[in-house]
Design a protein around this ligand. Structure first.
Ligand code: AKG
Length: 264
């Protein structure tokens, strides 16, 4: 469902700055959820049946997640406004998917504080900068106790090392969320977070994790075939352009994607 990007609300800014994450329920239609979920299951079960350019969690039906109207307003606010009407001011630099059955867990608590260098979180004069921002699309319901991603609210701007008793599962300082399929969680990679064991025996956790930075900075190496990007609409392609701001010799701002201007 194509609509105009939804600006980040004052309430979302407050919560994102306070906790390091926000949850936005029901961002996708049922058809969109089904299309992306089926794609993720095909990636696991029958990857070779897909066109090579569709064998990614950011391509095929899942490419609509990259600049979905629900997240564009937030990413503009926490990473950077568009360079012009045809070019985003943020970049997508990493994507992975997860299918987690009951009993399976993810990463131990990690992150917190200033651990991501120039990508670290800060907020000055009521302007958020979340230099590395992760967007999680939940494609199945996440109920109370199921085991969505855990966050330690506030740890994106902590000033002390996390004490050992809190740097592990079971600490009461962690918080999670419940949401219907098609919801999106947006968090600063600076917030301490973890992947707990999934507990729901009725359905697995199926999620896509996309990571964004400001267009002038790069954390993850991309290594994405150009054909994958070229299968996207023009403005979406600019999420994958090279990482530089301006070519003074050619008087050329970096506001375009081309085969010669791809992030490495
Ligand atoms: O498995 C999860 O829910 C969290 C994923 C994670 O830890 C990460 O994206 O760094």
């Amino acid at each position: 469902m194509a609509t105009d990007p939804i600006p980040m609300t004052e309430e979302q800014k407050f919560v994102f700055d306070l906790k390091g994450f926000i949850a936005i329920p029901g961002a996708l239609t049922q058809d969109e959820v089904k299309g992306v979920r089926d794609h993720i299951l095909t990636l696991r079960d029958n990857r070779d049946s897909l066109d090579p350019k569709d064998r990614y969690s950011l391509s095929g039906p899942a490419q609509i997640l990259l600049d979905h109207p629900t997240i564009v307003g937030v990413l503009r606010e926490v990473l950077g406004g568009d360079r012009n009407e045809d070019c985003y001011g943020f970049r997508c630099e990493n994507s992975f998917h997860m299918i987690r059955s009951a009993g399976q867990g993810g990463l131990e608590p990690h992150g917190g504080g200033l651990g991501v260098g120039v990508h670290a979180y800060n907020c000055k004069n009521q302007r958020i900068y979340s230099g590395l921002t992760r967007v999680v699309w939940e494609l199945n319901d996440v109920n109370e106790g199921d085991g969505g991603t855990l966050f330690m609210p506030g740890s994106h701007k902590m000033n002390f090392r996390i004490p050992d008793e809190h740097n592990k599962f079971g600490s009461p300082l962690y918080e999670s969320y419940v949401c219907p399929a098609g919801s999106v969680i947006i968090f600063s990679e600076s917030v301490c977070h973890a992947g707990p064991v999934w507990n729901n025996t009725d359905h697995p956790r199926i999620a896509v994790f996309n990571c964004y930075s400001n267009s002038d900075a790069q954390y993850h190496k991309l290594s994405l075939p150009t054909e994958v990007i070229e299968a996207m609409p023009p403005k979406r392609r600019t999420l994958f352009r090279g990482v530089w701001h301006h070519d003074f010799y050619k008087a050329q701002p970096n506001n375009y994607f081309s085969a010669d201007n791809v992030a490495l």
